[in-house]
Design a protein. Sequence first.
Length: 299
Amino acid sequence: MSHNYDFLVRFSSIFTLAMAALMITAKAWAWLASGSAAMLGSLTDSLLDVSASMMSFLVLSYALRPADDDHRFGHGKAEALAGLGQAAFIAGSACLLTFHGIERLFNPVAIQHSLLGVWVSLFAVGCTLAVVIVQHHVVKRTQSIAIKADSLHYKGDILLNLAVLTALLLSHWQVEHADALFAIGVAAYLLYNCWEIARESADHLMDKELPDEEKTEIILLASSHEEVYGVHDLRTRQSGKVKFVQLHLELDDHIPLARAHEISDEVVAHIKAAFESEMDILIHQDPVSLSVSPNSSAV
């Protein structure tokens, strides 16, 4: 599982970088030829994409390292740091693009070779769709926060490129201020994405609990063992590809310590078999008579 995770994440990063480089080349050509503010916004977004994707690739190389003596819980949180870095890049560029769009509102500039920009935008939509499809597959298999942050951005990029396409067509038909207004709209979209990425990254850095449905499934799996009377004090978090789980099992007061250990191992194996992701599970055994409430499944 770990080897498959590493391969998928690395492949997604390299493929994304290649597609982003193609789009940057095409959009730079179209912007220089047309002078479109909306196309500049799209080019800015692609430059951010490749910068963020490159940073993610470098950080993921570190995050995928196994645990060592100095980082006993692994290096997975480096992915969340990459997400925060992406958010900072996006926020700064969105502000600059907003100022550029406002300036174009008051000082409109005629768009040249707008049809060239139309074809480049269609090319960018195709490249972005390819990236989204690959990233969707990787996120589904790995739940990588860095790839998920990239995927969130690229999904919105499809709408962004369609918006630029519309702006260029309107400008071609002599609709005044369309280019500037769409540039400001692109900036607003970038700021929204920035917030989403920063919030999810912060959740991982702050050890937010796993989703309620996953916690409920963990409790049900642990409680299904015939010698477990109850489960309580469940704590969860995620760091990169690894989900960390801590819980207390309520066991018979009189079973030998060796048997209590065997039950815990069986529960761990049962939970891990039900989840596709890598898990680190720590279990504390409690005598049922000393537990908060017999047969409980308190979280």
